[in-house]
Design a binder for this molecule. Structure first.
Ligand code: NDP
Length: 295
């Protein structure tokens, strides 16, 4: 059984970012992290972005607002970072509190700064197979891991458990673009275990600690565990029951140390791509779509 370590893939992305800042000495791609309130998971993600971006030679500035901030004040801060030429990308910690009008924000969000692919323009681009659209970082991270470990996707049966807009749905499009045959499952799927156990590539994005037991896994399958769950005794575990899954799978991502670290690295890669675009540093090759579906 091969352990698919996120660090290997993240290090390749780090080199890509360092190459960019080395080549364009004097350009410092800058990310704005917009956070409302102090949710521990948001603070932890923010810390890991800042730490990694420092290593990657990129800047991450935080814009934190109190939980009870008014919609008007929130939109003002958003407008500022969305229009500031020295900010090349934005990540917003979501969900936002109820008083914030997310649709108002999304309507004006510059898609070239939308590094986590939450605007309709980027979602549509991902659906078309347009490689210049920003896909949500976690969904993209799954594909980067598979590519980074040379795991064949074309013609393979991929089963994704979870259909959220941040993971399952965009990932189904990205895997389809890689010519996998994709099945998306959710809480109403019947015979889930049977469907999952036919997959060459099984992606668990459920949010239920250790739900995926050995019975869900085909012999020698590749299993990507997106889940991040905190146990009662304070341990971080995935959606897969590691002890069981490793007995069946050919390759598995650990939690922690798998998808999470690559997600932050993809955010960094997206920031570099956004900076190139905004500073008109793209070469024709960078802009070229590898494949845009005509269907
Ligand atoms: P959501 O809660 O938005 O979606 C969960 C999905 O799982 C839903 O589609 C839901 O189905 C489905 N589901 C829930 N229970 C079952 C079940 N018993 N059987 C089959 N399907 C089920 O979660 P996210 O997509 O946002 O996140 C999924 C996991 O990934 C979480 O653990 C999250 O913490 C983690 N995550 C990790 C990231 C990383 O960087 N590694 C980043 C983002 C998320 P239905 O649609 O029918 O409700």
């Amino acid at each position: 059984m091969q352990e698919l370590l996120g660090k290997k893939v993240a290090d390749e992305i780090k080199n890509y970012c360092l190459d960019f800042t080395g080549k364009y000495n004097g350009i410092l791609p800058a990310l704005a992290i917009l956070r409302v309130g102090d949710r521990p998971e948001d603070l932890s993600y923010e810390r890991s972005i800042k730490k990694r971006f420092l290593d990657y030679g990129l800047e991450a500035k935080d814009y934190s607002l109190p939980e009870n901030v008014s919609n008007e004040e929130f939109q003002e801060v958003f407008d500022f970072i969305n229009n500031d030429d020295e900010i090349h990308g934005i990540i917003i910690m979501r969900p936002l509190p109820k008083q914030i009008n997310e649709q108002e924000m999304l309507r004006k969000f510059n898609p070239d700064k939308d590094l986590d692919g939450i605007t309709d323009q980027n979602a549509a681009g991902v659906m078309r197979g347009d490689t210049t659209a920003f896909a949500p970082c976690t969904a993209q991270a799954v594909v980067e891991i598979l590519k980074g470990y040379n795991i064949e996707m074309a013609g393979k049966k991929a089963v994704i458990i979870g259909r959220s807009m941040v993971v399952g749905k965009p990932l189904s499009m990205l895997l389809m673009k890689e010519n996998a045959t994709v099945t998306v499952c959710h809480s109403k799927t019947e015979n889930l275990k049977e469907i999952a156990s036919k997959a060459d590539i099984l992606v668990a994005a459920v949010g239920k600690a250790k739900m995926i037991s050995g019975g869900y896994v085909k012999e020698d399958a590749t299993v990507i565990d997106v889940g991040i769950n905190m146990t009662e005794d304070g341990h971080l575990v995935g959606d897969c029951d590691w002890d069981q899954v490793v007995l069946k799978a050919g390759a598995v991502t650990p939690v922690p140390g798998g998808v999470g670290i690559v997600t932050t690295a993809v955010l960094a890669k997206h920031l570099v791509e956004a900076s190139k675009r905004q500073m008109h540093l793209e070469t024709p090759d960078d802009q070229k779509d590898e494949y845009v579906s005509e269907n």
